[in-house]
Design a protein around this ligand. Structure first.
Ligand code: AGP
Length: 613
């Protein structure tokens, strides 16, 4: 997704903006630009540079002497309308160059707006939807104040937009606006910021104000004002960010993804310990006021996208096993257009690492309209989904920067498993003894994750051995079935190798036709209710000269006679095993992508948070 940063200060901002854009690179982008009102020069004007390609290319274009100014905005663009090219890079300007705009989102009515502007003589220099905002503001500013102009323009736009705007008429004022696309304020000391995400401003301030839907903000170096699109003033108090910028940096690892894979023991530990109280029982404080409503639910609907959806699939097994309540897990993009059956006895859970995924947010809104009880399971405090759900259960994975989700996934599963235990107790379906036994076992997981991580070098050797295989299959059953999807997704999204995840029992129903001696099948065959079934699947693949990479339970000597390569994980209850078996799949994908020279943290065509449909 695009990245926005703006700053109004008493010091030079050009370096601040460039560094902020660098901290937003993880969002994925194809071009970058910035505009500053330089201190020099008798007549106020914008100095700007923009370019296709990376921020490093933009830096070569900037002579900071020309860009010394105390107000500016910057942007990294992830193309939606208009190819990645200099002319389409942001910022965009009005005809008279008196208004500059950066934007994240999609303005769905831009074509009709552009048609009117062209008829009224405006000249466009790009193919983007964004540029219409600059020209509209140019018209409104003739009649209204900058604030009044921006409020009126936001009311005629449809779709999603986070905007950064500067008017030459007010050279020390930075504006922002938010509709269905994230934007925050960084409240500094003698300087203020707008940005798409916290890492961009964290080196300068920990005081963050999450701009709400339908708000316009006006910032000077010393003042922050917030208004509705309707012009009414709003108030908001800053949130103090607890984590450090180093958490959002690589810390010596070659890639964010490897760092985040290795952070999983501590991330899962943080997430687990938050929901187990001093008596060793599950406790979800954020749901305390909803207990009576939760007790009356007769159905659970989980909705998410991508990796978060896979976590939801694991949650289904545990919720149905422990709570005996039917659970449906749907892909958000299908749910929102599927005319779903919901009512006030439905518990709706939206899972999202970023809390900004457009499809998941839309599904949540659909559920709220149907009066379902809505809970967000999210990793970003103050994100859109958390602000719109009836309540939020957070994962404590820390910032996840790499496009490929890893630690958020294991934290989502951990919290879902804990929630299943908590809910089963609440519904009277689980004894205190059984609860304590399950919670005692889940507490062993962080240590077991550390054990699995020791296999990283061995897994790298497998990655090199199979890196030229054109296709992979991932198969598993029950609690580990979603990891077949997740392992395949990880390999696809960062190494660009085709891979499919399948329920192992489905092999005979078609996929077995694919098997030959060029075709590796990653098989999760840990000790479980379906272990023998998995051995049968391995045998049917080996009988057709297929290659087996098995994820197995430590001490399993038998599988050695069947698999070509084995990655062992410590034994645990089947319910908790997906937390362990996914690590080898993450590492296999990571090492394969590195072996193939891929851009691991920012894979082509992808973004960290898909804030548009
Ligand atoms: C996973 O590696 C991908 N980055 C992607 O599938 C991601 O899980 C999906 O876009 C959902 O994102 P969210 O959890 O932020 O909503």
């Amino acid at each position: 997704m695009c990245g926005i940063i703006g700053c109004v200060s008493k010091r030079n901002v050009s370096e601040i903006i460039i560094n902020g854009l660098k901290r937003l690179e993880y969002r994925g982008y194809d071009s970058a630009g910035l505009a500053v009102i330089p201190d020099s020069g008798h007549k106020k004007s914008f100095h700007f540079k923009k370019t296709a390609g990376k921020i490093s290319a933009l830096e070569t274009l900037i002579n900071h002497a020309d860009f010394t100014g105390t107000i500016g905005i910057g942007h990294t663009r992830w193309a939606t309308h208009g190819i990645p090219a200099e002319k389409n890079a942001h910022p965009h300007f009005s005809c008279d160059k008196e208004v500059v705009v950066v934007h994240n989102g999609i303005i769905e009515n831009y074509e009709e707006l552009k048609e009117g502007l062209l008829k009224r003589g405006h000249k466009f220099s790009s193919d983007t939807d964004t540029e219409v905002v600059a020209h509209l503001l140019e018209e409104y500013i003739r009649k209204y104040s900058p604030l009044g102009s921006l409020q009126r323009v936001t009311r005629i736009l449809t779709g999603s937009f986070a905007l950064g705007v500067i008017f030459l008429k007010e050279p020390q004022t930075l504006y922002g606006a938010r509709c269905n696309s994230p934007l925050i304020i960084g409240a500094g000391d003698g300087e203020n910021f707008i940005a798409s995400d916290v890492p961009a401003v964290l080196p300068y301030t920990r005081k963050i104000i999450y701009i709400d839907e339908g708000q316009v903000v006006r910032l000077t170096a010393d003042k922050i004002n917030i208004f509705g699109f309707d012009g009414h003033p709003h108030r908001a108090l800053p949130t103090e960010i607890k984590w450090d910028i180093k958490d959002a940096e690589k810390g010596g690892y070659p890639h964010f993804m490897l760092k985040e894979i290795f952070e999983q023991p501590s991330a899962v530990e943080s997430s687990i310990s938050y929901y187990i109280n001093s008596k060793g029982c599950g406790e979800f404080k954020s749901l305390a006021n909803l207990k009576e409503r939760i007790k009356k639910i007769n159905r659970i609907v989980i909705t998410a996208c991508g990796t978060a959806w896979h976590a939801g699939l694991v949650g289904k097994y545990a919720l149905e096993e422990l709570c005996r309540v039917p659970v449906e897990v749907s892909i958000a993009s299908e749910f929102r257009y599927g005319n779903p059956v919901l009512d006030n006895h439905t518990l709706f859970v939206a899972i999202s690492q970023s809390g900004e995924t457009a499809d998941t947010l839309a599904a949540l809104r659909e559920a709220k309209c149907a009066k379902a009880l809505t809970i967000a399971l999210c990793n970003v405090v103050g994100s859109s989904i958390t602000r719109e759900a009836d309540s939020t259960v957070y994962t404590y994975a820390g910032p996840e920067i790499s496009v490929a989700s890893t630690k958020a996934y294991t934290c989502q599963i951990s919290v879902l498993l804990l929630f299943a235990v908590y809910l089963a107790r609440l519904l009277g379906n689980l004894s205190s003894k059984k609860e304590k036994q399950l919670l005692k076992e889940i507490k062993t997981i962080p240590g077991k994750l550390k054990t699995v991580l020791k296999s990283s070098d061995e897994i790298r050797s497998f990655a090199h051995k199979y890196k030229n295989a054109p296709n992979f299959m991932y198969i598993a059953r029950r609690y580990n079935f979603p990891n077949a999807y997740e392992g395949a997704l990880k390999l696809k999204e960062i190494s660009y190798t085709h891979a499919e995840g399948y329920g192992a029992g489905e092999m005979k129903h078609g996929p077995l036709a694919l098997v030959d001696n060029t075709f590796p099948t990653v098989t999760i065959a840990v000790k479980s209710l379906v272990y023998e079934k998995m051995l049968s699947n391995i045998q049917e693949i080996k009988a057709r000269r297929g290659i087996i990479i098995a994820v197995a339970t430590e001490g399993d000597e038998y599988i050695k006679h069947m698999a070509d390569d084995i990655i062992y994980v410590p034994e645990t209850q089947e319910m908790f095993s997906p937390l362990l078996t996914v690590l080898p799949l993450q590492l296999l994908a990571y090492h394969t992508a590195v072996a193939k020279g891929r851009n691991v943290d920012q894979p082509r065509n992808l973004a960290k948070s898909v804030t548009v449909e």
